[in-house]
Write a protein that binds this ligand. Structure first.
Ligand code: ARG
Length: 408
């Protein structure tokens, strides 16, 4: 049975139209069921409206790189003690935390045992609160690579769920992930910081393997996100046709040119370095990972500035799980420090992300006809982007999940 449609009005001090950068004063947003049906400025506030004085309305936030099924206190060898089933429940906790901070849509890029698929389905079934999730299942990568499990010696037979060598094996993995419910594909194009025995600068999946993955994924109407720190791996991933490059730490002129030419989106997690270098040791992060982070973090921030200056398309991606869920929004102020305007940082986490997902008809801005995913922050993020850390109101799909200003 269809639930009865309920009309809700929401009023705030101002609203940011992320598509144009315009600020709408004293907006009233009308929501009918789960869709936005009207947006007015300086109008009468209808009786019964949800009043959010002192706040700015922005579209529901979108983080394009998280691992909800992981926690920042299970790094390194601690991870081995956590089953996929247990990690799905960790995901339930972190989905709620993320939604409470205004993230109404997320891409979950890499989870063992399809714990992310179970989590997405539980949220969509209404069993637990959480963001709209687009999930990848196990990340696909080479034997011994960033997306394998390299923590144990041979007699334990520990192999990551997404390990595949050779174009056909990679195609088979893509098919398997789609079979078990993945929405998109995550590849590991280079080594990484957090994995044992891998080098962030070194390419891992070969060009041919990534081409195979992209062909298979695109044929099936889905997208590919590639983890890549090193320059060669970034370029190979772009040439293979991936939709987004994650981390993108060591960019050069040609990598930037290729990204622009292919329309590849960059998702650069430039906050997390601060957490790894300050809290990482206590959190059980391997000493070799701390050493690698010292070589990667600063370069990644320089690359971020370069990519912004060159006008490469960027989305907000945090890699939350490496650092605690709920702190995602700390990255906004770093994005501004390293070259974005506050509006660009907001666009990265809304309209650009919606486009990357192919959901620009439904998500990414507060426009008539779109789904009612709305967030209110106290203050004005165009003046001080760090207010994105102070979310007072969250509506997802027309339902209010948080309202700290209820008494007005
Ligand atoms: N998951 C990524 C990796 O292990 C995290 C990189 C974090 N560091 C950074 N500077 N973004 O490679």
């Amino acid at each position: 049975s269809t639930p009865a449609l309920a009309i809700t009005h929401i009023s705030a001090d101002r609203m940011i139209d992320v598509e144009t950068g315009k600020v709408i004063e004293a907006p009233v947003v009308t929501v009918d069921g789960n869709r936005i049906t009207a947006v007015t400025a300086n109008g009468e506030v209808p009786e019964g409206a949800i009043r959010l004085p002192g706040t700015t309305l922005v579209p529901g936030l979108m983080d394009m790189h998280v691992h909800l099924t992981g926690d920042a206190h299970t790094h390194g060898y601690r991870r081995l003690a956590v089953s996929s089933v247990r990690s799905a429940l960790t995901g339930a906790k972190n989905a709620r935390i993320s939604l409470d901070k205004g993230f109404t849509t997320m891409r979950n890029l890499g989870a063992g045992g399809y714990a992310d698929v179970a989590l997405r389905d539980a949220i969509n079934d209404g069993d637990i609160p959480g963001p709209r999730l687009f999930v990848s299942g196990p990340s696909i990568g080479i034997t011994g690579g960033h997306c394998d499990n390299n923590l144990l010696p041979v007699e334990y037979d520990a192999v990551g769920g997404g390990v595949a060598d050779g174009p056909w094996a990679v195609r088979a993995k893509v098919r398997e992930n789609l079979k078990y419910g993945a929405d998109l594909i995550k590849l590991c194009a280079t080594g990484g910081v957090m994995s044992k025995g891998t080098e962030p600068g070194a390419q891992q999946l070969a060009l041919e393997e990534m081409q195979a993955a992209v062909t298979e994924a695109h044929n099936r109407g889905t997208t590919v996100a590639a983890h890549a720190h090193g320059t060669a791996g970034i370029k190979a991933a772009i040439r293979a046709g991936v939709d987004s490059v994650e981390h993108a730490s060591f960019l050069d002129k040609e990598a930037i040119r290729l990204a622009k030419k292919h329309g590849t989106v960059l998702s650069m997690d430039i906050y997390v370095t601060e957490y790894i270098l300050s809290e990482g040791e206590k959190a059980g992060i391997l000493p070799e990972s701390l050493e690698k982070e010292r070589r990667v973090g600063g370069k990644q921030r320089e690359s971020f500035r370069y990519a912004v200056e060159e006008g490469v398309k960027m989305v907000f991606g945090s890699d939350a799980a490496v650092y605690p869920h709920g702190q995602n929004a700390r990255q906004f102020s770093r994005m501004v420090t390293f070259g974005m305007t506050p509006l660009q940082a907001l666009q990265a986490s809304t309209i650009n992300a919606a486009e990357l997902l192919g959901k620009q008809e439904d998500l990414g801005s507060i426009r008539v006809g779109k789904l009612a995913d709305l967030v209110a922050v106290s203050g004005n993020p165009l003046e001080d982007i760090s207010v994105m850390e102070n979310v007072q109101f969250v509506m997802k799909d027309g339902k209010v999940f948080k309202n700290t200003l209820k008494n007005f």
